[in-house]
Structure formats: C-alpha cells, structure tokens
Design a protein around this ligand. Structure first.
Ligand code: G3I
Ligand code: 9MR
Ligand code: ZN
Length: 570
C-alpha cells in the first residue's frame, strides 16, 4: 500500500493531502468517482524527497480543490488507494464509536448484550477495596477501565473528562446524540441516576433525566472519582489488584483483592481540576450536585496546598500495575488553580496560578504534562491579567508554531520535531491537533497563524486515520486497514477487536518483547505492530480516544462555518 491517506475521508472544505511512496507511480495522479468510474480530478505529485521519520522517498499530492461530496479513490500509475469519502458528517460514526468506547469500558455494572454485544459482561470489580497497608476496606465501584488492563486511575481520568467537556463546550450539538442509555436496573447500584436519587432526592433525579447522554456517561466516571476522595480532601491515586491479570480474562474474571493505593498530590490536583470543570458544565442542569462537586474539588485543592513537600507518586512495594508516575505534580496544581479561579473568581486561586506560571507551563496536553490546560483555562477567563495571559499565549503559540512548521516538512504532515515516537505517540499527535484547534478559538491569536494551525490540525487527524507510514487507520473497526489485535483484554479473549479504540501507535523505544523481536532496526515512525502482545505500541486507553474526539469535532465545526460563509451548501 503506497498511496497513504485518511481512510475515512475529508470534510468538504478541508485541506486534503495524500502521500505517495516508492518509485513506480509516475508524476501524476487522478481521483476517481467510485459511482461513475470517471476521473474527477487530475493532479501532479510533488517532487520526491527523503522523509526522515519513515526513512523513505516520498511525494505528496493535494486534492483540496475537490469539495463535492462523494465516494472516491486515487489512481497513480498502477497503484490504487482504498475508497474514501468527502462529506459534511464524514466523522460522525467514528466519533460516536470513540465515545461509546467509554461506555463499553464501564466497570462495576452489568453491560447487557443489547448495549455491548459480545462484549457484554456481568458487574465486575464489585468487591470492597483494601486501603494499601491497612485492613480498612472502602467501596469504590464504578468508573471506566483505563485501558487494556482493568485498573482505574484518577490522573488519566481527569484528562479524559476534561477533553470531552471541552468538546462539549465547543459544540454541544455534536455531542447531543442518544447513546440509548437506559435507567435502572441497567445502571446498577453504582449508577449516577441511583446516586443522585439517593443523595439528592427526586428533584435532582428529574434534572438527571434532562442531561444529554454523553454528560450522563461522564458522570459515571465522576462519581467513581468522588469515591476515591478521602475525608480530609486527599485523593487516592488508583485502584487495581496487585498485578495485571492474564490477557484472556474478562473483567468479571479478575477477582483478586482490589487495593486502593496511597493518596498523591497529582491525583488531588487532577481531581480538583475535574470537579471545577464539572461545576462549569453541570451547574445549569444539576445545581446542587454541581455545587457539591465544586466543594469536593476545593477541598482536594486545599489538601495539595497544605502538603507542598510531597515528592510524587510511585508504586508502593508489592503493587505492579500502571503507575502514572509523575514526579512533577505542580503543573497539575497550576491547571487546578486556573479552572478553580475561572469558576469561583477567588483571588487565592489566581495567586497560585501566578506563583506557578513561570515554571509550570509544561508543554502539551498529556496525562503527565498538563501545563497547557492550566494556560488555556486562564487565558479564556475574562478576568485574567492581560500581561500574564499574553505570556501564556506566547508560550503556547511558540510550541504550536514549532510543531505546525515541522508538520509542513513531513511527508505525512506529522507534527513531530524530533522524529522520535514514544509510548502513546498517537495520543501526542492527537493532543497536538487538539491544541492547534483550541488556539484557533482564542481571539488573542493571530489570524494568519490560525490558518496554519487549522491545516496542521487536519493533518494530525489524517495521520491518525491512515496517512502515516504504517498504512493503518489507528482506530479499531474503521478504515480500510485497522488494528485487529489490540492489547485489550476483552478483545484478546474474544479474538475480536472492540471497535472505536485509538491504539498507542509507533514507539521507537521498543518497550515490550514483541516490539523488540519484530521492530528492531525499523525507522522510528514505523515502530508499530498490530500484535496483542505489543502493549507499548498496540494498547488502547480512554484518554487516547478523547483528544481525537475533540479534534474531529473542532475540525467539523470550523469546516461547516467556512462552508456556510462560502455558500458551498447553498
Ligand atoms: O517523558 C520521557 C521523555 O522525556 C523521554 O524523552 C522519552 C524517551 O524515552 O520517554 C518519555 O517517557 C515515556 C513516558 O511514557 C512519557 O509519558 C516512557 O518512556 C514511557 O515508558 C511511558 O509510558 C507510559 C506507560 O504507561 C508506561 O508507564 C505511558 O505514557 C502511559 O500512557 C502508560 O499507561 C498505561 C498504564 O500504566 C496502565 N494502563 C494502560 C496504559 C496504556 O498503556
Ligand atoms: O497489560 C498490561 C498493560 O495494560 C500495561 O500498559 C503494560 C505496562 O505496564 O503491562 C501490561 O501487562 C504486561 C506486564 O507489564 C508484563 N507481563 C505481561 C503483561 C501482559 O502483557
Ligand atoms: Zn471492572
């Protein structure tokens, strides 16, 4: 496969680039309308150049002028690409699946056949969890399984929820679809509905009914998070068994003792940021619940402020599950302070932002580097200090310029400067695409720069959906070639990939045996293998899906607006 492109397709008004590699394809190419077999576009390939990340000779092509909705494929020499579509709602199905995956990752409730098909399972991980190092047990059921394992971790949960809420704030309509969520007994005891009724009575129960399904689904995670908070405001880092279970176990088959790991400032700060976001988005639907969430967040924040000497979480002795080690929790602290300032207007939060802004604007929107979340919430705040705001924007724009310019130099439009690909590289690409689009929303950012960012953002979506050296559309169940053997326990057990999961992607550090055996010597961008044993390249997580959701929704929103202005759909 030597014509590489977004296998799902393109928005009508979007930039549309493809990549050709190898020698035998000549200098030109055509786009064929599948319905008529006729050529609808003739183009010239760029001159050939060496592409660093994949270590190959490439050319590119541009079909942006083709805007007419339809189903097409590309011909170059004797090579033919897979079919792709151009249409306004081209990403609707994939977006639905990327969100529905969260529902399928639910822990602590029955997933019925009707809603989960073969992935149905009885309620899992229902036993009480032991607090590490004590005999005390607490009830922490609910939430989503993090990934291909069944752990539930507070830190990545915060990113997951925030990304979806940012997408919801950007375009509520695009996330207002029905997920066919049923009420009791479907939700079981750990349900948000039951929780609201139990704790807030009938009134909130009615408010609950008015929530869009996506916001209901998010509450399933939020309420689990609330159970992870200790009485003094501190937040437990994670709940898992001692070790990962075997690969062929379904969730309910992992029955070893659950253990709640010690509290951490990273978890508490992430928790505070999340609860502030919950307040911001739910206060109009469920005011009393939203206020409680905010109070819980403020309490977690106060705990962090009172424990500034913490050295960061590491797995305690005897625990071997996902660590989410983050020796620097201060960028999480900045993020929390910034959202809390936005929703409460309290100066004490702004003081923390000011104190940390010089050192904690860590680059990116990852689970680990969260400084830019802090910056974004601060600069979006009408009451922000203009000088500080400018400083934050400059930092984000410098970063975005560096990566967007790098993307223009790459045959696949990849926003990578170093051409190194680390564990979860696909999420780093998605996070960069998301940041490009977030910057497009800020009035403080220059219009010329926004043009570059939007183009680079579209390229990042293209990369993830097939325009990359591996030839894979990295989301299971979508595109002409997609991962069929993700490192995801239920999929391994059923010998069938659950759909709607973004896999980790190339990792040139070769961090598992399967990768070492199969990928040694490959160019960095090609260090990916669709093998269930390669957890460092082919696992999936909830927080890898969510930046892609944001990216696709943001691109669609901009494209519809452009189309509206130009009268494309008139
Ligand atoms: O940050 C360094 C960077 O400075 C360095 O240049 C680069 C090259 O070596 O490595 C970077 O560190 C990587 C780090 O992720 C960055 O966040 C590590 O190599 C890499 O091992 C580490 O991977 C993490 C992985 O757990 C192993 O700890 C992933 O980010 C993280 O997403 C993943 O999370 C796991 C959970 O623990 C368990 N559940 C599944 C989940 C996904 O695989
Ligand atoms: O399945 C585990 C996956 O979720 C983790 O991301 C990964 C790294 O922590 O570890 C996987 O579990 C493997 C373990 O680390 C080593 N023994 C084999 C396990 C399954 O492949
Ligand atoms: Zn479970």
């Amino acid at each position: 496969m030597d014509i590489l492109l977004n296998q799902i397709g393109f928005l009508p008004g979007s930039i549309k680039n493809v990549t050709f590699r190898g020698q035998a394809m000549g200098d030109r190419f055509s786009v064929i309308d599948e319905a008529t077999g006729m050529s609808v576009f003739e183009g010239e390939q760029s001159t050939q150049f060496h592409n660093k990340g994949t270590d190959e000779e490439c050319r590119t092509g541009d079909i942006s002028e083709l805007k007419k909705p339809g189903t097409y494929y590309i011909l170059a020499g004797k090579e033919q690409s897979g079919v792709f579509q151009i249409k306004e709602d081209v990403y609707e199905n994939i977006n639905y699946d990327l969100i529905y995956m969260l529902h399928l990752q639910r822990c602590g409730c029955v997933l019925s056949k009707q809603e989960a098909g073969e992935f149905a399972h009885p309620a899992c991980h229902m036993g009480k969890a032991k607090i590490y190092g004590t005999d005390e047990e607490i009830e922490v059921s609910g939430g989503w399984h993090d990934a291909g394992d069944y752990g539930r971790y507070v830190v990545p949960a915060a990113k997951t929820i925030t990304d979806i809420l940012l997408a919801y704030e950007l375009d509520p309509k695009s996330l207002s679809f029905s997920m066919n969520l049923k009420d009791e007994p479907f939700f079981g005891m750990a349900s948000a509905g039951a929780f609201c009724r139990e704790n807030y009575g009938e009134e909130v129960s009615k408010e609950w009914e008015s929530l869009p399904d996506v916001l209901k689904e998010l509450l399933y995670e939020v309420i689990w998070m609330m159970k992870m908070q200790r009485g003094d405001g501190a937040v437990y880092h994670k709940v898992t068994c001692e070790s990962f279970c075997e690969m062929d176990e379904f969730p309910e088959e992992e029955t070893e003792q659950l253990i709640v790991c010690p509290v951490s400032n990273a978890a508490a700060a992430c928790y505070a940021a999340t609860m502030a976001m919950i307040y911001r988005n739910y206060v109009s639907f469920m005011p009393s619940f939203a206020k409680d969430a905010l109070a819980a967040g403020e309490k977690a924040f106060a705990y962090v402020c009172a424990h500034p000497d913490e050295i960061g979480f590491t797995n305690p002795e005897g625990i071997h599950t996902g660590e989410y080690r983050d020796s620097n929790w201060k960028d999480e602290w900045l993020w929390a302070a910034s959202v809390l300032y936005e929703v409460t207007g309290k100066k004490e939060y702004e003081e923390v932002v000011r104190k940390l802004a010089d050192t904690q604007l860590t680059e990116g929107l990852g689970w680990e580097e969260t400084g830019f979340y802090g910056a974004l919430f601060y600069v979006m705040n009408k009451n922000a200090d203009q000088e500080l705001s400018k400083q934050m924007i400059r930092k984000m724009v410098d970063y975005a310029d560096r990566y967007a310019n790098a993307a223009t130099q790459d045959a696949y439009g990849t926003a990578s400067v170093s051409h190194h690909y680390i564990w979860g590289s696909n999420s780093i690409i998605a996070n960069r695409g998301m940041l490009f689009m977030l910057l497009c929303e800020l009035p403080q950012v220059d219009e010329e720069k926004k043009k570059l960012y939007q183009k680079a953002a579209a390229w990042q979506a293209d990369y993830l959906l097939g325009r990359n050296g591996t030839g894979y559309c990295f989301v299971t169940g979508h595109g002409t070639l997609c991962p069929e053997h993700p490192h995801h326990r239920p999929s391994v057990k059923l010998k069938k990939a659950m759909k709607g999961m973004l896999v980790g992607g190339p990792d040139d550090n070769l961090q598992d045996e399967c990768a070492v055996e199969n990928l040694t010597g490959k160019a960095s961008a090609l260090c990916y293998i669709d093998d269930e044993m390669s957890y460092s390249t082919n696992e999936i997580t909830i927080y890898w899906n969510t930046p892609l959701v944001y990216l696709l929704i943001a691109l669609k929103k901009k494209d519809s607006f452009k189309a509206f202005l130009k009268g494309i759909y008139a």
